[in-house]
Design a protein around this ligand. Structure first.
Ligand SMILES: [Ca+2]
Ligand SMILES: [Ca+2]
Length: 160
């Protein structure tokens, strides 16, 4: 049915698609829906990208990105960062890096134990095993008892 030559998007279509995905991420991380990312929201993003920044690094990063000097990163400033930073990594690879945080055993599956451990250790969420189980149940659309990368990606991009 689909001709691979026709489904291959031209360069600017690809950029638009990535920008759309980035905007979803931006909105996702903008927890208080202020339309901008403040330092505590940026910490969450960096943790999600597998980094563990100290406060001074985050402040430096905001200072470097905050072109209009209002102390927070708006969408324009954010997309600028992600596009420059991405360079070598696609959204898929970024998501795989996050997935790997949860997939301790490298089995391409996130179990409730993996959710529990990572949410508590990396994101300091104070989650119980029951919460973790609920989360897996919600995301585990195929009902296998664990989260696959496809399910994870879908939730990260489209929400629950
Ligand atoms: Ca915000
Ligand atoms: Ca700003």
């Amino acid at each position: 049915m689909t001709d691979p030559k026709q489904t291959e998007a031209p360069q600017d279509e690809e950029v638009k698609r990535q920008l759309r995905e980035l905007k979803e991420l931006f909105d996702y991380f903008d927890k208080d829906k202020s339309g901008s990312i403040d330092s505590s929201e940026l910490v969450q993003i960096l943790r999600c990208l597998g980094e563990n920044p100290v406060e001074a690094e985050v402040d430096d990063m905001i200072a470097a990105l905050d072109k209009d000097g209002n102390g927070v990163i708006d969408w324009i400033e954010f997309s600028d960062l992600m596009i420059k930073r991405k360079g070598t990594r696609s959204i898929d690879e970024e998501l795989q890096a996050v997935f790997a945080l949860f997939d301790k055993e490298g089995t391409m599956a996130i179990t409730k134990e993996g959710v529990l451990q990572t949410m508590n250790e990396v994101f300091k969420e104070g989650m119980t095993l029951e919460d973790a189980e609920d989360m897996v149940t919600v995301i585990d659309r195929e009902g296998k008892g664990y989260i696959t990368f496809d399910e994870f990606k879908d939730v990260m991009i489209n929400g629950i």
